[in-house]
Write a protein that binds this ligand. Sequence first.
Ligand code: PEP
Ligand code: MN
Length: 349
Amino acid sequence: MIIVMKATATENQIETVAKRLQDLGFKTILNRGDVMTVIAAIGDKRLIETESLESMEGVKQILPIQEPFKMAGREAHPQDTVIRFNNGVSIGGNSNFVVMAGPCSIESDPNLLFQIADTVKASGAQFLRGGAFKPRTSPYDFQGLEEEGLKQLAAARERTGLLVITEVMDSQEVPLVAEYSDILQVGTRNMQNFKLLKAVGRQNKPVMLKRGLSATVREFLLAAEHILYQGNEQVILCERGIRGYDNTFTRNVLDLAIVPVLKRTSHLPVIVDPSHATGHRYLVPPMVNASVFSGADGVMMEVHYDPDKALSDGAQSLTLDQFKAVMENLNKVTAFYKELKQPECLINA
Ligand code: PEP
Ligand code: MN
């Protein structure tokens, strides 16, 4: 970082700031200009609260010289992260576009989950999704089957060969969910639950981190950074819509421009979830197609055998037939996208 000293800073103030940085393990380089002095501090910025430095006598401004996400950012990691699974499926880099699909919640009858899973598999998706621990806005809504739901997911994986992804809400439950699931999902409401981020970062299953309801790109990538910092390099980012001012027609605002932004700034794979982003099933197919063209590595969709009877998010869940139709189109859309010549500015992103 760069510490810009005030033009009026005294020699003593400059030396005190430089000494403070050195004591914290920074290497300091003083650049004495005609008008003001600038101190370049090289080292681990986590060792210092920039606010406390900013309030020191004689300091005018602190300028970061690097993006704060050292591990999630492309600067230190130019090549794309590719997450590989035992069955040959991979996410990120030049991998094929992946699809994660299934019900919002896992409900009581396993045969109904199997019915959905069979369609998900037959249509060419790679992952079965389904919530067992449900973060519900109201305590009066269905809260999920917890471990019983995880068991159903594992049985569906056994039956179909699909990989499974499910949400973990609590750091204490990470080992349990990791026992059953191939990817751990951290939901939008928990994007800044730092204890949970640390806990999923300390285990070795891939983690899909959903963007917080109103998270900036910086907050999103710093949340990913928490997971990476604990040693887990297998992090997937998921755009699922952010809060807008008008939810009359759409549940959230699907921020598709964040996909190329994340691709440029980070090496991590990006998935788009048009179901939670839009809240209405008729909006899911066009937004799936748009996700392909945004450069995403895959999509997550909610699918139900009878959406009207779903215990959660029925309005945004596709029927099995609608899902099949989306998947047929998707093959054509991804093939067409691959043929497109990408503009130079995107290639160099
Ligand atoms: C989900 O995917 O089941 C879910 C609750 O999503 P979100 O965290 O994006 O609301
Ligand atoms: Mn849902």
